[in-house]
Structures are given as structure tokens and as C-alpha cells.
Write a protein that binds this ligand. Structure first.
Ligand code: SAM
Length: 276
């Protein structure tokens, strides 16, 4: 962070720069460089390996869209797994569904959990909820050891580099299929179509070979690369576009709505082309 500005290089030729009021914590953990900064525009922000993970001002978009699309698609989700997600935002959203009896979160880096709790209480505040079990470990291994266990699995990992590189492979998605119950659903964040089109195309191809229902939806996350973020959904039985009206019980959100649930699957042509 030079002076009072932080730049995330989103490609070799393009980045996002923001004014930093102060650095709250910085350390090299066993897995990644962790920075907690306070920005003038976005509030407190978690960085991992100099990549924006979450910010107080726009975190709700991503966390609501990862959680509510699969949880409203499944008719009665009870057991949910989050791979990654150590900042706690997805867990906070999952707990808004009364049918969910247990959320298991598996993040490889305990320091993310520790500092999210300390500096981002509005995001991480539910990690100590009695319905939540937090495990520190490799999500790839946890999936490999799980069979027919979860109704919904959400992969809220960092980019496919470093500790997360295995979380974007066909083998991992095959493991997810085994870890899910026979009517299970999974969602994974699958980056942006401007700079990671090949990744989205590859993941869609892999997931389609494993799940009978595969789709892609998107949301606007201003602090993520390009601001256009995608989510890949794989489902064994329930179609996210065939959710009956009475399924949508009231929950408190800022971004997600039942209309947006379906509209988010309407893709610009250059993005839809990546799914074919
Ligand atoms: N929303 C962010 C995004 O889309 O880039 C992700 C935020 S969350 C903080 C990402 C988490 O994935 C980090 O806490 C990191 O420690 C975790 N992670 C990376 N590789 C992992 C692995 N193999 N198993 C479990 N957690 C992993």
C-alpha cells in the first residue's frame, strides 16, 4: 500500500485503486498475506494476497446471492456446508432460513476467521451461532471425506490460486456431488467474465458433465474485478428457475429479491456464450 492508496491489480494492465485511511492489521499467515484496512469509500475491507475479499459497504451483494439462490431453490434445506467463507458473511445469510438446522464452515486459514470476528463484526458476527460449526482445514479434503451428507454446499473460496487452486477442478465438483444428498444443490463463486472467461467456460463444462441442472447467474459487486461477478450452480433435482412463488418466505435482505433470483440468470450474450 503506497502512501494513502491501495491498488488491486485485477490484470497485468488494469487495477482498482482506493483511498486507505489506515491499516488495522497485516500479517503473512501460513497460507496467504492478510490485510485488514479501513478505506474511505468502502469502510473496513479484508484483503488476501492483495485481492479484495469483502468490504463493509458492498459485502451484502455477494453474500446474499451466494446463499439465497440455492436455499430458496431447495424445498427444505437443513444441512449446509460452506467451503472457505471465513469472513462469515455467507453464514450470516444462511441462518436467515429457519429450515437450516446446521451450517458447517470449513476454512483453511484460522487467521481469516479470527480477524474477521475482530474487525468485521457485522459480517462475521454469526460464526458463533449455535447452529454453526466452524472447522479449520482444507475444503478439498473435507469434501473428499463427506458422503451423502449435505442439502446445499456453497464454495466461497478465494481465486483459483494458492490454497484454493484445487477448488476449481472437475475432481472437486465430482467430490461435491458425492458429498451432497441425492437432491442436493451446490453453488460456487466463479469470478468475472471480463478477465476470467476461460475459467467460467471450463467450470461450466465440468459441472454440466456431473450435474443434470447447471446454470450461471451474476451480480454487481463493485469492489471485485470488473464489478460483474458470476456464480455457477449445479443441482441434482431442483431447478433454480422453477421455484414456486410460495417458496419465497420473507427474509431481510438489501440486494436479493425473488424477482432478482430469476433475473440474475438472464445473461448478456458474451456471458451466455460461456455456458454453451
Ligand atoms: N468472497 C470472496 C471471493 O469471492 O473471492 C471469498 C472470501 S472468503 C474470505 C475466501 C476464503 O477461502 C478465505 O478465507 C481462504 O482462507 C479460504 N480458502 C482458500 N482455499 C481454501 C481451501 N482449500 N479450503 C478451505 N478454505 C480455503
Amino acid at each position: 500500500m503506497s502512501g494513502l492508496w491501495f491498488t488491486e491489480k485485477q490484470t497485468e494492465n488494469f487495477g482498482i485503486t482506493m483511498k486507505v485511511n489506515r491499516t488495522l492489521h497485516t500479517e503473512q499467515t501460513d497460507f496467504q498475506k492478510l490485510d485488514m484496512i479501513e478505506t474511505a469509500e468502502w469502510g473496513k475491507m479484508l484483503l488476501l494476497d492483495n485481492m479484495v475479499m469483502t468490504s463493509e459497504k458492498d459485502e451484502f451483494v455477494y453474500h446474499e446471492m451466494v446463499a439465497h439462490v440455492p436455499l430458496f431453490t431447495h424445498p427444505h434445506p437443513q444441512k449446509v456446508l460452506v467451503v472457505g467463507g471465513g469472513d462469515g458473511g455467507v453464514v450470516r445469510e444462511i441462518l436467515k432460513h429457519p429450515s437450516v438446522e446446521k451450517v458447517t464452515l470449513v476454512d483453511i486459514d484460522s487467521k481469516v476467521i479470527e480477524y474477521a470476528k475482530q474487525y468485521l463484526p457485522n459480517i462475521a458476527g454469526e460464526l458463533d451461532n449455535e447452529r454453526v460449526e466452524v472447522k479449520v482445514g482444507d475444503g478439498f479434503m473435507h469434501i473428499a471425506q463427506s458422503k451423502n451428507e449435505y442439502d446445499v454446499i456453497m464454495v466461497d473460496s478465494t481465486e483459483p490460486v494458492g490454497p484454493a487452486v484445487n477448488l476449481f477442478t472437475k475432481g472437486f465438483y465430482a467430490g461435491i456431488a458425492q458429498a451432497l444428498k441425492d437432491d442436493g444443490i451446490f453453488v460456487a463463486q466463479t469470478d468475472n467474465p471480463w478477465f476470467k472467461a476461460d475459467l467460467i467456460r471450463e467450470v461450466q463444462k465440468d459441472v454440466k458433465e456431473i450435474f443434470p441442472i447447471t446454470n450461471l447467474y451474476h451480480a454487481n459487486v463493485p469492489t471485485y474485478p470488473s464489478g460483474m461477478w458470476t456464480f455457477t450452480i449445479g443441482s441434482k433435482k431442483y431447478d433454480p428457475l422453477q421455484v414456486s412463488e410460495d417458496r419465497f418466505h420473507e427474509i431481510e435482505t438489501i440486494y436479493y429479491t425473488k424477482e432478482l433470483h430469476k433475473a440474475s440468470f438472464v445473461l448478456p450474450k458474451f456471458v451466455k456464450d460461456l455456458t454453451e
